[in-house]
Design a protein around this ligand. Structure first.
Ligand SMILES: [Zn+2]
Ligand SMILES: [Zn+2]
Length: 326
């Protein structure tokens, strides 16, 4: 039996469980391990049966729970090499520094931020919650211990994982009974990807965190039984909403996030209409309303009579979506 369970979706954490044959994989681990396990149990999934974790990109809303989850279950994490490196850099920026060096660096960074704020107010900034956590966390935490030349032990090393497997965008690979086809997405991360999963003859597409839908992504998202696609913001709400101008520009850019309107345009003009289930995902809490996302997508689908049979669902941030079975 094939099962697709969204545990969380949005800028505060993303995670989905996909099961097929004897294999279960976790796609992104953007919640704490404890919360991931709690939601899996709520949704009728057993955490201890997971075989692997698969990562789309290194933004914190997709990776927050990787280390603890992988260590607790003793399972491998699949990344592209660039994403793995970016994730490690994010976790170990100052490991080899003395306390004095760290203080000096904090002072320098504060001065740089100040200078930037004064001279270039339009400088691009990280999007919603995805990155805002990082600079403050890094700047405010001193290194755990004075530097030493010894490599950190497993326990101290936040990047230690039981096993790391690399894949490359455009090169399909297999995890147990699930075939995985990663494809490149336009997003401001080191090497972001979306996936098509195929198991027991069922094809499922997974595409969030993309500024627009380029031809390679359009080509991948065909012939699917299930399509999970980003519907991040309503253009008008984003324009009139609370974000600073620079952040608005970033979300809107070609390496930002997909709007309701862009998702609808894809559904209306480029999508083949085959999927029995369409899930709108990564909805912004500040710049979108579930009803707006739904109505925009429904309108696009209703424009095509043949697509009326599609079941449209909305993935949410704070609770799992009921599992979809095939
Ligand atoms: Zn994200
Ligand atoms: Zn992202």
């Amino acid at each position: 039996m094939v099962r697709f369970t969204v545990l969380a979706s949005g800028s505060k954490g993303n995670s989905t469980v996909i099961s097929g044959g004897r294999t279960r994989i976790l796609v992104d681990a953007g919640l704490s391990c404890r919360e991931l396990f709690r939601r899996m149990q709520l949704a009728g999934e057993e955490p201890e049966t997971l075989d692997a974790i698969l990562i789309t990109h290194e933004h914190s809303d997709h990776v927050n729970g990787i280390s603890v989850t992988a260590r607790k279950l003793g399972i491998p994490v699949y990344f592209t090499e660039a994403t793995h490196r970016a994730w490690m850099r994010w976790l170990t920026p100052r490991r080899q520094m003395t306390y004095a060096q760290w203080l000096e660096q904090c002072r320098r960074q504060a001065a740089e931020r100040q200078a930037e704020a004064e001279s270039a107010p339009d400088e691009a900034e990280p999007d919603d919650a995805e990155i805002e956590i990082q600079p403050t966390a890094l700047a405010s935490e001193p290194p755990p211990e004075p530097a030493s030349d010894q490599p950190p032990s497993r326990k101290e090393d936040p990047t230690w994982l039981p096993a790391v497997e690399y894949f490359q965008s455009g090169k399909p690979f297999q995890i147990g009974d699930i075939a995985v086809s990663p494809f490149t997405t336009p997003h401001d991360a080191a090497d972001p990807v979306g996936f098509v999963f195929c198991t027991e003859g069922i094809r499922m597409g997974y595409a969030t965190d993309l500024g627009y839908i380029p031809p390679n992504v359009k080509a991948q998202l065909q012939g699917l039984d299930l399509l999970l696609i980003e519907s991040n913001h309503d253009l008008e709400m984003l324009r009139d909403g609370p974000y600073p101008w620079a952040v608005k520009q970033r979300v809107l850019s070609r390496v930002g996030h997909l709007s309701n309107e862009a998702a609808a345009e894809f559904l209306e003009n480029d999508y083949d209409g085959q999927a029995a289930h369409i899930i709108l995902a990564h909805l912004s809490e500040s710049n979108n309303l579930p009803e707006l996302a739904r109505v925009t997508a429904e309108r696009a689908l209703n424009g095509r009579a043949s697509l009326l049979a599609n079941r449209l669902l909305l993935a949410v941030q704070y609770e799992p979506l009921s599992a979809i079975y095939f």
